[in-house]
Design a protein around this ligand. Sequence first.
Ligand code: AMP
Length: 450
Amino acid sequence: MLRMAAPEVERELSEEVQEETKTFKELGVTEVLCETCEQLGWKRPTKIQLEAIPIALQGRDIIGLAETGSGKTGAFALPILQTLLETPQRLFALVLTPTRELAFQISEQFEALGSSIGVKSAVIVGGIDMMSQSLALAKKPHIVIATPGRLIDHLENTKGFNLRALKYLVMDEADRILNMDFETEVDKILKVIPRDRKTFLFSATMTKKVQKLQRAALKDPVKCAVSSKYQTVEKLQQYYLFIPSKFKDSYLVYILNELAGNSFMVFCSTCNNTQRVALLLRNLGFTAIPLHGQMNQNKRLGSLNKFKAKSRSILLATDVASRGLDIPHVDVVINFDIPTHSKDYIHRVGRTARAGRSGKSITFVTQYDVELFQRIEHLIGKKLPEFPTQEEEVMILNERVAEAQRFARLELREHGDKKKRPREEDADDAESSLRVRKKVAGGKFRKKIH
Ligand code: AMP
């Protein structure tokens, strides 16, 4: 087996000297919001908050380059809420975001930070009934958090709704909004909101499209960057694991056993593989749950909530879930399939080691992935150590894993057939098909593995 580097454990950097960091109060945040931060356990501002909040409070536009998990939502939400307190107004701010999940999370943070001042927000995203959203908009919330496509639908079709008095526009994860071909929608939105407004543009990466948008939408912005190069957070221990592709499933099971007790996010490249691996793991007795684009919105939120509530310890996800999701307790990210775009690597591993916590990432590299892996190492500017494993112990698992693979394939096929039949229950998570499986295996695999 090809070995790329001797195993070594990355040294954790020493704890940041907290006392040297300014407080929210010293940044100019008003008393009532400082109290809320304290209640949320936000003791000191994060780096991006330190940089962005004072500038935003001066009324300047901001272009923010921040790592995932850096606290950027607080960096734009606190100044907006503070200005809203000073000059109360309905339909005060619009936050554009690329995904539905991210929209809900941003809304949760606005509601949490604004809880003591009665802030109302509305989430306007696809996959949810237009009528109930129209009713929410008719109540004129203070903050609208939206994906661009659905917002345009409402701007064009919902009577009485407009954003002509808007004071703040935030474009979060702008690079991703533009990569998802929302450029036309963003242009349309810019045309129907006041020119005289404040704009905050946040992006993980500074692409040409983002620069173009910056020129079109921002006035003399101040740049706030917590990482100028593509970087991953300091407390993240990153490893790779070079393995033949046919043993990927066994190695995954081995690692999940070795690191049992942690919460995992496992990234796969396709919806089908995500579903397959979820079924395979569940057949072996792990509490795994899938999250991918072929599941409907309710099922996706359901999966996410079960994982957030810690009733499931392994979330299998495609890149739909790789960015923006606020899942604070992920201990380990496993790149089961290597990301084809190396920037996705940064976003995936950004799911762990968030907000000062430590975390691990392990990237599976097969004989087909060497070039992609080298590109990732080049992008992050360092060579990763190999994750230590005992090959013999992995090989012992092969037989049981092969049996679980067969069942998973069967279930996938059954599930495919069901989907073809109309009026069948929509069984697009692994949970429902598992019921069939339990009857077959009695769910005894995990005990044997331990
Ligand atoms: P974000 O990068 O905005 O998605 O934030 C990532 C996580 O950090 C969220 O769970 C926030 O609640 C949390 N967070 C944001 N600001 C702070 C802070 N100053 N101190 C501690 N946690 C924070």
